[in-house]
Write a protein that binds this ligand. Structure first.
Ligand code: PLP
Length: 442
């Protein structure tokens, strides 16, 4: 295929793009070819203010010089080392650094290469943990409607987004789903956590009556549901889930792939909400998006139970990836963490949150806006009287904002926003004023 819009790629045929309407894209292709700080640059010289941190991941801003340098040095020193029975120091150093910022009690890191792999790893850890304790009958996984945990069979089974599942058959048996927490009738235009809905967590109790707690291995949720359009948990909801899980011997997995690494103004959402999971999933912001990496931070209890139940000399957890703890990713992760801490980016995110919230809520009353949700440096702007019209409008808002130099992300009928944590007050204003201008124009 050869189109005048290609701007730099010679041929668009071979790349089968993920989560993209390929035929449409290839007719109207848009490319970015470089990035720095808060901005992308397209191949035709257009500058784009990045309102979504790449894909919820570039928390330190694009091509941060310290992260770039760390990757370059590491590539020259040790390109690859397997972590299957052979160590390289960086993976250990990085795991130690991660546990030093993780919530108390979460002290062992298993490295993966993505959030999807983190989901499958956490679910397998939960099953293996119960198996090791002689409770192998705990096989059921409980997720939530509208949840997103990547695209592996495990994470997809626990997730609750129908359109992602319909092509793929039965998925894992034994996955069940709690209701989502979106309640616009009571909570529309909440600033921060909604007041109403803690009791939605009680649906878990009811499910335990249906299935019996002794069959349930884990509950998995995103603290703030991201990909479904930024659903902020009602006050008290996560605390209630934690209580029910603890009471019934069920592991709580928090998927912090989006919320980790300062997105909510603290290292993890677990810190912000004061709710500590048994397994905490990470990815994206780990390396500020510069090298693929994910992981699961597990409690000491899970690690000890699994390791001590295996025969001496045996592999305790039959799981791992060729690239688990990859040297380039570990180097990028260490550098990103240094940047986050030395530049105070988590604190900066917390400091600009009130500006972010105010600017977001100024869109209230504009044509098409039916709800605005925010927490930390996350926002969701729901559009349209119904999902179908909202979806069309969200796509148009994206296209018009792109033309005006601001990158936003449409997911179904919602515009989601999650800028790099370095975002300034002026850039926050630009993002929301651009969206406001486009909504008025449309
Ligand atoms: C909450 C959450 N979990 C898991 C994933 C999957 O991560 P990845 O795309 O790296 O596999 C995502 C990706 O957006 C996510 O938002």
């Amino acid at each position: 295929m050869d189109t005048p819009l290609m701007h730099g790629a010679n041929n668009l045929d071979s790349h089968w793009m993920p989560f993209t309407p390929n035929r449409d894209f290839k007719k109207h292709a848009q490319f970015v070819s470089s990035a720095s700080g808060m901005y992308y640059y397209t191949t035709n010289g257009h500058r784009l203010l990045d309102g979504i941190a790449g894909l919820w991941c570039v928390n330190a801003g694009h091509s941060h010089p310290k992260i770039v340098e760390a990757i370059q040095k590491q590539a020259a020193q040790l390109d690859f080392a397997s972590s299957f029975g052979l160590g390289h120091p960086l993976a250990f150093d990085y795991a130690n650094r991660l546990t030093s910022i993780a919530p108390e009690g979460l002290d062992h890191v298993f490295f993966t290469n993505s959030g999807s792999e983190a989901a499958d790893t956490a679910l397998k850890m939960a099953l293996a943990y119960h198996h090791a304790r002689g409770e192998g009958q705990r096989m059921r996984i409980i997720g939530r409607q509208r949840g997103y945990h990547g695209v592996g069979f495990g994470g997809l089974s626990a997730a609750g987004m129908g359109p992602h599942k319909k092509q793929f058959g039965m998925l894992l048996p034994g996955a069940a789903h709690m209701p989502h927490t979106h309640d616009p009738a009571r909570n529309a235009f909440s600033r921060g956590q909604p007041q109403h809905g803690a009791e939605i967590a009680d649906a878990l109790e009811q499910m335990l009556q249906t299935y019996d707690p002794s069959t349930v291995a884990a509950v998995i949720v995103e603290p703030v549901a991201g990909s479904t359009g930024v659903l902020v948990p009602p006050i008290g909801y996560l605390e209630r889930l934690r209580e029910i899980c603890s009471h019934n011997g069920i592991l709580l997995i928090l998927d912090e792939v989006v919320t980790g690494f300062g997105r909510l103004g603290r290292p993890f959402a677990a810190d912000r909400f004061g709710v500590t999971p048994d397994l905490l999933m990470i990815a994206k912001g780990m390396t500020s998006g510069a090298v693929p990496m994910g992981g699961v931070i597990a409690s000491g209890n899970i690690y000890e139970t699994l390791t001590s139940s295996a025969a001496p000399g045996a592999v305790e957890f039959a799981h791992g990836y060729t690239y688990s703890g990859h040297p380039l990713a570990a180097a990028a992760g260490l550098a990103a963490l240094d940047v986050y801490l030395s530049e105070g980016l988590f604190e900066h995110a917390a400091a600009v949150e009130p500006v972010w919230q105010d600017c977001a809520h100024r869109l209230r009353g504009l044509p098409g806006v039916v709800d605005i949700r925010n927490l930390g440096l996350l926002a969701g702007i729901e559009l349209g009287a119904d999902v179908a019209s909202g979806k069309l409008l969200a796509k148009k808002v994206h296209d018009f904002c792109f033309e005006k130099g601001v990158l936003v992300r449409p997911v179904a009928n919602t515009i989601v926003l999650s800028p790099p944590l370095i975002v300034s007050q002026a850039e926050i204003e630009t993002i929301f004023e651009t969206i406001a201008g486009v909504l008025k124009e449309l």
